[in-house]
Design a protein around this ligand. Structure first.
Ligand code: HEC
Ligand code: HEC
Length: 358
């Protein structure tokens, strides 16, 4: 790949234009004055709120099994035809904006939209675009008591259900994502999991009573049956003790996860897959080789300045053109800390392109 001689040569040559090479780079950074479209407002987290977007909790269409296009079962109802309903939140509101604003306050830690704000008008237009003509029936969303009998539960069925329902935020196989922590080695009992799932939500909520705290939405009896919950809770209990992982094995829950590298500068793009407990494959990798001290960098979130760690040696110098490379982690524990990966310019703490594993 990169000989010591090439490294020296390129380091000397780029020294004069270090800043330009690392900081600049013609990224497609968003003009802050460009208003977001309704669809973007729906699918992106609010910069003043928490990590959730509307699309975290609401699909825009679902099949008969309640699964959206990604095969995920969202905690709240699909918003297809939502603007055609006459009442929302179990009849608490007659205007859709009031339901949306309640979601912003209760679930997104964001402020309510003013009814004449450009943002609400764009989002409303998007919601209307999801709707056919005519009235749509109101929907119920009822709190249920936590179950306590797990004797008939099936943790294997629970594993599959988890990957459809809880994985939206907690990641496939409970490995964690940028939206919620891993539930592997949580130490939680099935009873504790079931209680959380039936009661989670802000204690300040005016429309649901007896919530136990947190931004995770509780699952209503309409969205998750007691039998499904029992299966899921026993699955989470079955993985509640710490496991140790070694290289040359593929039993870590993150094996198989994929991250797509964004293009921020220097023409970086590619697909990154976790092949086994210590091996990561980068395919279709593009990078113009520019910038000093550039290498793959892993981190527990999309903030590579916090807890970031090097994966492999520096890669700047050669030009990569749809190349495939394999990277090795130092040990299998690093996989626990790996939620995102970046092509990282270490000298200036700048990402040339990065992505989160899913
Ligand atoms: C963390 C989860 C979460 C987020 C994020 C969220 N909601 Fe909700 N939403 C809920 C829950 C729970 C309900 C109540 C149950 C239901 O009606 O689906 C709800 C209800 C609604 C309803 C009323 C549905 C009905 O007919 O009763 C609308 C409309 C709605 N949300 C729109 C939005 C929009 C738009 C956003 C983004 C600005 C958003 N929600 C963000 C969880 C969420
Ligand atoms: C919309 C995102 C989202 C979904 C979907 C979701 N969770 Fe969570 N969950 C969170 C967040 C965020 C937290 C941490 C904050 C909190 O406690 O609410 C959390 C916390 C938890 C906790 C507490 C962990 C602890 O350390 O005590 C448990 C247990 C849990 N979730 C189980 C589940 C299960 C089981 C499902 C599926 C039925 C699920 N969650 C679905 C976002 C989500």
């Amino acid at each position: 790949m990169l000989s010591q001689a090439t490294l020296k040569w390129s380091t000397t040559l780029v020294v004069a234009s270090l800043l330009a090479a690392c900081g600049g780079g013609g990224g497609e950074s968003e003009n802050p004055s460009t208003p977001l479209s309704g669809e973007q407002l729906f699918s992106q987290a609010d910069s003043a709120g928490n990590q959730f977007s509307c699309s975290t909790c609401h699909a825009t269409s679902e099949n008969d099994q309640g699964l959206d296009e990604q095969g995920l079962h969202r905690p709240a109802h699909s918003l297809l035809n939502a603007t055609r309903r006459n009442a929302f939140y179990n009849g608490s509101f007659s205007e859709v904006i009031d339901a949306v604003n309640n979601c912003r306050v209760d679930w997104m830690d964001a402020s309510p939209y003013a009814s004449d704000s450009a943002q609400w008008l764009s989002l409303e237009e998007y919601l209307v675009s999801l709707s056919d003509n005519g009235d749509a029936p109101e929907i119920a969303f009822n709190q249920a008591a936590a179950i306590s009998d797990f004797s008939a539960a099936d943790p294997n069925a629970g594993h599959d259900l988890f990957n459809q329902t809880c994985a939206t935020c907690h990641g496939q196989n409970a490995a964690g994502s940028n939206l919620a922590r891993t539930l592997v080695a949580s130490g939680l009992s099935a009873q504790q999991v079931a209680s959380k799932v039936r009661s989670s939500g802000p204690t300040s909520s005016r429309y649901f009573s007896n919530l136990s705290g947190g931004n995770m939405p509780f699952w209503s009896e309409q969205r998750l049956s007691d039998g499904e919950l029992a299966d899921i809770a026993t699955y989470v209990e079955s993985i509640n003790t710490a496991q140790s992982y070694t290289c040359n094995a593929s039993d870590h829950p993150k094996v198989g996860q994929v991250a797509m590298l964004s293009t921020l500068s220097h023409g970086v793009s590619g697909r990154v897959e976790i092949l086994d407990n210590c091996t990561i494959e980068v395919s279709d990798f593009n990078y113009d080789g520019g910038g000093p001290d550039v290498l793959f960098y892993g981190a527990p979130s999309s903030n590579y300045n916090q807890g970031g760690f090097a994966i492999g040696d520096t890669i700047n110098g050669p030009i990569y053109n749809n190349d495939t490379l394999q990277l090795s982690l130092d040990n299998a524990e690093q996989l626990d800390q790996l939620a995102g990966i970046s092509v990282w310019c270490r000298d200036f703490s700048v990402s040339f392109g990065d992505g989160l594993f899913n």
